[in-house]
Design a protein around this ligand. Structure first.
Ligand code: NDP
Length: 252
């Protein structure tokens, strides 16, 4: 079956660039209807246009995941446009490393509010749909994009690593709540992927460190992570890859 996701309805957060954009494209290519959620409308509209040109279906859902009302509004619009969602990719995130002694509370808050609280807002908005889909006998998936930073420590990355450790533990704990209700929960932990994530870093040494690492080895492409999302969501419903770690071969 070349369109194993035909009939499924997905929401991908952070779909305006990087891993989210690649994932939305691949899920649409496998037959899913996809809601593209992020703040930058122009990028989302361009991606929706590409998906449509390739024969897929995508709708734009502009929202700011740090604003509960914005998330609720997007969920309502997605329900009106596409109906019940049965596949959620909780992917939006931000990485702002700096020495903990500099106490960049604004950046700490941005990471916690998007990477952890934003993911929770998405869970609140769409998990009822996933449960309803599963109760109706349909496949239902929650895929959280965490990071290998959930397990590793890097100097200056304390808060980012902490948010990703929280996402990983959130996935594993939610699985105990949702798995018995036939909703699959998958936690994906990528290593280095070439995206815009590094471009928001304000701390020069951290920026140099990461761009240097990215230049020093063949890092992953966003499409590599999209493949992992498609792989797990295309499994038969009794099979749950709950934890997928995927990194560049040479990143050890
Ligand atoms: P990008 O910066 O390319 O993508 C981040 C996405 O998040 C963008 O689409 C951005 O869209 C969206 N976003 C940011 N702020 C908000 C907000 N307030 N509300 C809604 N959407 C928002 O980076 P990646 O693709 O690399 O990151 C995706 C995920 O992968 C992140 O969770 C990241 O932590 C994780 N990851 C990345 C790795 C890497 O090496 N690149 C490694 C491990 C994990 P917009 O600005 O339009 O809102």
């Amino acid at each position: 079956n070349t369109l194993p996701l035909r009939g499924r309805t997905a929401v991908v957060t952070g779909a305006s660039s990087g891993i989210g954009a690649a994932t939305a494209r691949l899920l649409a290519g496998r037959g899913a209807r996809v809601a593209l959620l992020a703040r930058r409308e122009e990028q989302l509209a361009a991606l929706a246009g590409q998906i449509a040109a390739d024969g897929g279906r995508a709708v734009v859902a502009v929202a700011d995941l740090t604003d509960p009302d914005s998330v609720a509004g997007a969920a309502e619009r997605i329900a009106a446009d596409l109906g019940r969602v049965d596949l959620v990719v909780n992917n939006a995130g931000v990485m702002l490393p700096s020495p903990v002694t500099e106490g960049q509370e604004d950046e700490w808050s941005r990471m916690i509010d998007l990477n952890l609280a934003g993911a929770l807002r998405v869970v609140r908005a769409f998990v009822p749909d996933l449960i309803a889909a599963a109760e109706g006998g349909d496949q239902a998936d929650l895929v959280n994009i965490s990071s290998d930073a959930a397990h590793r420590g890097f100097p200056n990355f304390a808060v980012y690593c902490a948010t990703k450790a929280a996402v990983t533990h959130l996935s594993h704990t939610l699985r105990t709540e949702l798995g018995p209700r036939q909703v699959r929960v998958t936690n994906i932990e990528p290593g280095l992927v070439k995206t815009e994530l590094t471009e928001h870093i304000t701390h020069p040494e951290s920026y140099e460190l990461l761009t240097g690492l990215t230049r020093s080895m063949p890092v992953l492409a966003p499409e590599d992570i999209a493949e992992a999302v498609a792989f797990t969501t295309c499994q038969p419903s009794h099979v749950n890859y709950s934890q997928i770690v995927v990194g560049p071969t040479t990143q050890v």
